[in-house]
Design a protein around this ligand. Structure first.
Ligand code: MG
Length: 268
C-alpha cells in the first residue's frame, strides 16, 4: 500500500469513530430525557393545617379596666408592694394609697422579687396634675426590662425634650414613633412586649433583645432591636445576663412624683 492509501484509510476510520461517538451521545441524551422522577405529592388543604399543640386558653381581663388575664403574674393589684423590693435593700418603701403607689424619691428604685426572661408587661402610670419642671426634669421615671434596658417614662405632654429621651424610647437609643401622652392627672397605659436576648460564648448578642411598646393603644416602638444597656453617659454596652427583674426608676429630679397602678406580666 502506498503512503497516500494509508492516510485515506486512517481518515475513513476516524470518520467512522466520530460518527459512532455522536450516535452514542445522542442515544445517551435521549435516555436521560426519558428518565422520569416522582412528582411532588399533590397538596390538599389539610396538609398545611396543624392541630397540635393547641394554644392554652387564657381568660381575658376586663379591657375597660385593664384587669389581669387569667395566666398573668400580678405585680401590683392595688393593695401592697409584696412583689417588690427596694434597690437599696429590704422591702419596697414607696407609698401605697388609694389603690395606687407613688414613687418615693428618697428611698430609691424598686425591683420585682422575681426575675423574668421574655414577657408581656402591662402597667399604668399617672403624672400628677400639679407637675412642675421641664424637659427631663418633669415626671421622669422608667421601666427597666431585665434590670438593663430602660423604657422611658416622662411627662411629654406639651413638654419638649431630646427626642430619643421621650416617653416610649429605649432611653437614648431610639425616637418613639409617636407622642401618645395623656395630660397630667390622667392615667397612661403601657403594654410592653419584650424578647430577651441570647448570647454567644464571647458575650456578644447572638439574638439581640427586642421590644414593642404600646402606650394608650398607640404603637411607640415596633419590635425595636435594643443595642445594649441604658447608659446616661456614653453608648449602650452589651453585657451578658440571664433573667432579670423589672426595675421602676426613682429619678433624681425635683418634680412631683408619679404614681403606678395595675401591673401584671405574662411570661412568654
Ligand atoms: Mg427615666
Amino acid at each position: 500500500m502506498s503512503e497516500r492509501t494509508d492516510i485515506k484509510l486512517i481518515t475513513t476510520d476516524m470518520r467512522k469513530t466520530l460518527t459512532a461517538i455522536i450516535a452514542l451521545t445522542v442515544a445517551f441524551s435521549a435516555a436521560a430525557q426519558e428518565k422520569t422522577y416522582p412528582e411532588p405529592e399533590k397538596m390538599s388543604p389539610g396538609m398545611t393545617e396543624f392541630w397540635t399543640p393547641q394554644p392554652k386558653v387564657v381568660t381575658p381581663g376586663d379591657i375597660l379596666t385593664n384587669s389581669a388575664p387569667s395566666d398573668a403574674i400580678v405585680l401590683f393589684d392595688g393593695r401592697n408592694l409584696d412583689a417588690w423590693v427596694s434597690a437599696n435593700g429590704g422591702a419596697a418603701k414607696w407609698k401605697v394609697h388609694d389603690g395606687v403607689f407613688t414613687v418615693d424619691k428618697k428611698t430609691g428604685d424598686i425591683l420585682t422579687k422575681e426575675s423574668f426572661g421574655s414577657f408581656q408587661l402591662h402597667l399604668e402610670w399617672c403624672v400628677p396634675e400639679n407637675i412642675t419642671g421641664s424637659s427631663q426634669a418633669r415626671g421622669n421615671s422608667g421601666v427597666y426590662l431585665q434590670d438593663k434596658y430602660e423604657i422611658q417614662i416622662l411627662d411629654c405632654y406639651h413638654n419638649e425634650t431630646y427626642a430619643n429621651g421621650q416617653t416610649g424610647s429605649v432611653y437614648k437609643q431610639v425616637i418613639p414613633l409617636a407622642n401618645a401622652m395623656r395630660k397630667p392627672g390622667e392615667w397612661n397605659v403601657y403594654d410592653i412586649i419584650y424578647s430577651a436576648p441570647v448570647f454567644n460564648e464571647d458575650g456578644t448578642y447572638k439574638v439581640a433583645p427586642q421590644v414593642t411598646v404600646i402606650q394608650n393603644g398607640i404603637v411607640l416602638l415596633n419590635n425595636f432591636t435594643i443595642r445594649g444597656t441604658t447608659e446616661y453617659i456614653g453608648h449602650p454596652r452589651v453585657v451578658p445576663h440571664g433573667d432579670g427583674p423589672i426595675r421602676l426608676q426613682s429619678h433624681g429630679d425635683k418634680s412631683e412624683p408619679i404614681s403606678f397602678r395595675n401591673i401584671w406580666l405574662r411570661k412568654m
